[in-house]
Structures are given as C-alpha cells and as structure tokens.
Design a protein. Structure first.
Length: 80
C-alpha cells in the first residue's frame, strides 16, 4: 500500500494517522476491546472486494494486533 493512501476510521469515518489503532482505542474503546469487531470488518472489507491479505493487514493496523492473531481468531470463529 502506498504512503499516499489514507486509512479511515470504520466507525466515524475520520481520516487516520499513524498509529491508526490509537484513534480507535481512544474514541471507540468498546470496539477496540472486542475481537468480535474483527469479524464484521473482515466481512465488510472482503465484501467490498478487498482480498484476504489486505483485509488482515488493515485490521491489524487498526487494532494493533498481528495478522496471525487476527487470522487465528477468524479461523476459530469459522469466518476463514
């Protein structure tokens, strides 16, 4: 992903700056602490045509979690 591309908060739409997860942790703490949020975001992103790898990367940046952690959770929840 290029440096010029922007990330936006999936909850309020504001443009995010690094570290992306800090905004969600501060402004949407109830979402930040719920791993179930990853399921909805993954489904939304892939539904919009984003591939699995990119979806996992974006979610990992938004929630300060590793892609492996997210992928494992999604597999355990039978989303992947």
């Amino acid at each position: 992903m290029s440096e010029e591309e922007s990330r936006f908060c999936p909850y309020c739409g504001v443009a995010l700056e690094h570290p992306y997860w800090a905004h969600i942790q501060a402004k949407h703490p109830e979402k930040y602490t719920q791993k179930e949020t990853w399921i909805k975001l993954y489904q939304d992103y892939t539904g919009l045509g984003m591939d699995e790898a990119t979806s996992l990367m974006v979610i990992s940046e938004l929630f300060n979690a590793t892609q492996e952690e997210i992928k494992s959770f999604l597999k355990n929840e039978k989303v992947l």
